[in-house]
Write a protein that binds this ligand. Structure first.
Ligand code: ZN
Length: 242
């Protein structure tokens, strides 16, 4: 079974469309959350989630519905959350609020937006956080989003997990002993200095994860953001992937 793994679409429909067009054949889609927030087309991206097998709710999804506080958001993120909220209907907010932030799949894979121990808010960026994430539920594979940076980490025994960046084309062999944690990166707002939309293909039969990137029409998204009056800093960063 091949799974298309996406995360942090952030209302960027042009990027999502490019990912869906470029993705190799797959049997299911797992979406790790933050479908909305920052980008100009939250409702269209939310409509697409009906086609995904699993969709999680992230901090920006819950901020847009009012279910989570924006107290810790920077001013641009706060403004984008308020704008996103103004564009969603009550039933779209209900839809977002019904998504879980953590899910165990039938393949013993744990999916979380942030991390298994704090599914909505924790950023897994270092060995301590990665180790906690991988051992919280004992799953062989943990998939997280939230940081917008594609990484792979491996933990064997009681050791310290190694964290590596996984640029486009990287294949991660998950077939050996130990546990893994992978972040596929962000579809709609990459932050690893590569502006292309990120996604991954998880081959559960071969136990292999492949990191992919695809160019999309960044200018189209930026135009729509300007028309919507979204903060200029959020518009500009898309061109640089940071
Ligand atoms: Zn995000």
């Amino acid at each position: 079974m091949n799974v298309l793994v996406v995360s942090d679409i952030h209302g960027n429909l042009a990027a999502l469309e490019a990912v869906l067009a470029a993705a190799p054949p797959h049997d299911a889609v797992w979406n790790l959350g933050d479908t909305v927030g920052y980008g100009p087309e939250p409702a269209a991206c939310l409509t697409w989630t009906a086609a995904s097998r699993i969709t999680l709710a992230g901090n920006h999804d819950l901020a847009a519905t009012g279910a989570a506080s924006t107290e810790w958001f920077n001013p641009a993120a706060k403004a984008a959350a308020a704008w996103t909220r103004s564009r969603l209907t009550a039933s779209e907010c209900d839809q977002l609020n019904q998504y879980p932030s953590l899910q165990l799949t039938e393949h013993d894979v744990i999916l979380a937006h942030g991390s298994p121990r704090d599914p909505v808010w924790e950023y897994v960026t270092d060995a301590t956080g990665a180790r906690a994430g991988m051992t919280e539920y004992g799953a062989w594979l943990t998939l997280v989003g939230h940081t917008h940076v594609p990484i792979s980490t491996h933990l064997s025994g009681d050791g310290i997990p190694s964290i590596v960046r996984i640029p486009a084309g990287t294949e991660v062999d998950l077939s050996g002993p130990g546990r893994w944690l992978i972040n596929p990166g962000s579809v709609g707002q990459p932050r690893d200095h590569d502006p292309r939309a990120a996604f991954g293909i998880l081959d559960l039969g071969e136990r292999r994860f492949t990191a992919h990137r695809v160019e999309y029409d960044v200018a189209r998204t930026q135009r729509a953001m300007r028309q919507a009056g979204l903060p200029a800093s959020l518009v500009d960063r898309l061109a640089f992937g940071r």
